[in-house]
Ligand binder design. Structure first.
Ligand code: IPD
Length: 264
């Protein structure tokens, strides 16, 4: 295990603290499933509480950094080159339905590049961390993307647009093109964990459109540090600015991207 930087340790501490609050709330929300009252408000409050905890921890340790979070306005820090990009609860729908697959995602950006990422899955007690140039880790284990070479043995994930999110027919065409070529597809409901799973070699690839920077900031660094490739869909551009992402092991990235981009 490498020596993690002081800043990464601050991020892990913030994630751990927020996790305690979210786990307590998740226990409550699991009991609400059979009730006719929607737990929506309760979950929004849980999300806000977690964001407050993370923000206080990070601001206390690094008062000059900026902030972008799912639940609040962007803040430009006194140090304009560094900012936190935070999703206190990625996988909100899973959380709301009592499904134990959601995560906290915290990234540090320096001069427009993600340099540290933490994704914490509190239910499974898994910490995925990466520092630029220092590899990616799951708890104490070094992460490598999948080594599978035959696409027919590979497992992929995506996010399927729901409610009034656009792009459903595009995603369905992409799924239609991919399914005959692989061993399966998952819609797990947390973009942060989908990226972490590609970094861990559990999934071979993942793509999705209509995302926010906080959903994917930490995960994109994990992929790179685990030896995988990540880009935005259809062009060579920053996924955080575009809101679309495609990530895979280096072995399949080209074939996978060709299938997805040809499915129009
Ligand atoms: C969502 C999850 C989901 C993805 C959605 C995201 P949230 O984030 O990552 O997997 O399909 O596009 O918005 O709202 O739970 O933080």
């Amino acid at each position: 295990m490498p020596n993690f930087s002081a800043t990464l340790n601050v991020m892990i501490k913030a994630a751990r603290k927020a996790a305690r609050s979210l786990l307590k709330d998740f226990g409550e929300v699991e009991h609400l499933q059979a009730s006719t009252k929607s737990p929506g408000d309760f979950v929004s409050k849980a999300d806000l509480r977690a964001e407050k905890i993370i923000r206080e921890e990070l601001e206390h340790a690094r008062p000059f950094y900026g902030w972008v979070g799912e639940e609040s306005e962007e803040v430009i820090g006194k140090d304009p080159t560094r900012r936190w990009i935070v999703d206190p609860l990625d996988g909100t729908s899973n959380f709301l339905h009592g499904i134990p697959h959601w995560a906290i995602s915290i990234a540090l950006e320096h001069k427009k590049e993600i340099v540290i990422g933490v994704i914490h899955d509190p239910v499974k007690d898994e910490y995925y961390v990466a520092e630029k140039g220092n590899g990616a880790w799951l708890n104490e284990k070094r992460l490598r993307v999948s080594g599978r070479e035959n696409m027919l043995e590979m497992l992929f994930a995506t996010g399927i647009p729901f409610a009034n999110k656009g792009g459903l027919s595009t995603t369905l065409k992409e799924i239609n093109a991919l399914m005959p070529r692989c061993s399966g597809l998952r819609r797990n409901g947390s973009a942060a964990l989908d990226l972490a799973y590609v970094a861990a070699g559990r999934l071979d690839g993942y793509w999705e459109r209509g995302l926010h920077s906080w959903d994917i900031a930490a995960g994109t660094l994990l992929i790179k540090e685990a030896g995988g490739l990540v880009n935005c869909l259809d062009k060579d551009f920053d996924p955080l600015l575009d809101g679309s992402v495609i990530a895979a092991s280096n072995k399949v990235f080209q074939e996978f991207s060709d299938i997805i981009s040809s499915a129009k």
